[in-house]
Ligand binder design. Structure first.
Ligand SMILES: Cc1cc2nc3c(=O)[nH]c(=O)nc-3n(C[C@H](O)[C@H](O)[C@H](O)COP(=O)(O)O)c2cc1C
Length: 316
């Protein structure tokens, strides 16, 4: 998720879930080929497994970016054909590419020839008035013929004109049945359902029909939900991580980052929801967001933040 799942966010989420597959933000193939690779692609070994999500349409550029990403140690290359933003459409990538399945197939083929790690695609169920099972199914048929075996599908149509990216994640209705029908018709493929999943029950229900779920905004709001899912669906004997221990680990991480000149607010941003559902949630969030803006903000504010949590808990 753009401006969300950067390396600091992924490091934090990994402390909550040892096995969830985490995704990078969408990074354009061109930026990787021409830009500062270390700052775009560098990550901590603790983050594995991590998929690198690429945006682009040029098979040569995408293949080169994927090769570079594999060299950095990513576990999977995921091609974004679901982003509806104007800027992305102007660059001829994201959701508009669902209307050009041959281009997507060529891209997948080129990437597959360049790397040994899995190549997957994230799409919508359709674009504008080209939508529904028949459209998605023929798109998948073409792209799977180029060797893609895993499709992550956001179960909404992307509306390319008239809706903002935010509206495109709320206004078009969720149509899970289109995705479950895809799995039913193509049991040979791995189909992952995305969109609007916010409860354990919804995950459990989805897993009766598809192979996996991708959860986005719920994890941003309530990162510990990822730990709950890990325990319930992957490793029932795992104990839920202790929030205080997570904060200490993030303090150590932030200290290492600060020693390299990094900013502490990059580390605290994904942590704002850590106490969601707990009594200390609001005080924690407010303390972190206010203190991190002060000019003397250092990693120690994470230790101070624990005192805020203690104070709130003691007054219970
Ligand atoms: C702030 C934000 C940034 C996003 N960036 C990306 C992105 O870079 N690549 C992508 O495939 N989807 C991106 N998405 C879409 C999500 O991955 C997901 O498909 C969508 O939010 C629906 O799932 P959810 O209801 O679980 O959040 C983004 C969503 C948000 C809210």
């Amino acid at each position: 998720m753009m401006d969300v799942t950067d390396r600091h966010c992924r490091y934090f989420l990994r402390l909550l879930s040892p096995s969830a597959l985490l995704y990078t933000e969408m990074i354009t193939a061109r930026a990787i080929v021409r830009g500062d690779r270390e700052s775009l692609l560098g990550f901590d070994a603790a983050e594995h497994p991590v998929a690198l999500q690429l945006g682009g349409h040029d098979p040569v550029e995408l293949a080169e970016a994927a090769r570079i990403g594999e060299g950095f140690g990513y576990d999977e290359i995921n091609l974004n054909v679901g982003c509806p933003s104007d800027r992305v459409r102007e660059g001829r990538f994201g959701a508009c590419l669902m209307l050009e399945p041959d281009v997507v197939a060529a891209a997948v083929g080129a990437i597959r020839s360049a790397v040994r790690i899995p190549v997957t695609v994230k799409s919508r169920i359709g674009v504008d008035d080209r939508e529904g099972f028949d459209f998605l199914s023929s798109f998948v048929e073409r792209v799977s013929a180029a060797g893609c075996r895993v499709f992550v599908v956001h179960a909404r149509t992307a509306i390319l004109s008239g809706l903002s990216p935010h509206e495109n994640r709320t206004v078009p209705p969720l149509r899970y049945a289109v995705v479950t029908e895809l799995k039913r018709s193509r049991p040979d493929l791995t189909v992952v359902l995305n969109g609007g999943i916010t409860t354990e029950e919804a995950v459990e229900g989805a897993l009766r029909s598809v192979d996996g779920v991708m959860v986005g905004r719920k994890i941003v709001d309530d990162p510990c939900f990822l730990a709950t899912l890990e325990q319930r669906f992957v490793n029932p004997s795992a104990t839920l991580p202790d929030r205080t221990a997570v904060v200490y680990r993030m303090y150590e991480y932030a200290s290492r980052l600060a020693a390299r000149g990094g900013r502490v607010h990059h580390v605290t941003r994904p942590m704002l929801g850590l106490y969601r559902g707990q009594r200390a949630a609001r005080s924690w969030r407010r303390f972190l967001s206010e203190r991190v803006c002060q000019p003397d903000a250092s990693p120690r504010l994470l230790l101070e933040s624990l005192r805020i949590v203690e104070q709130v808990t003691e007054t219970e």
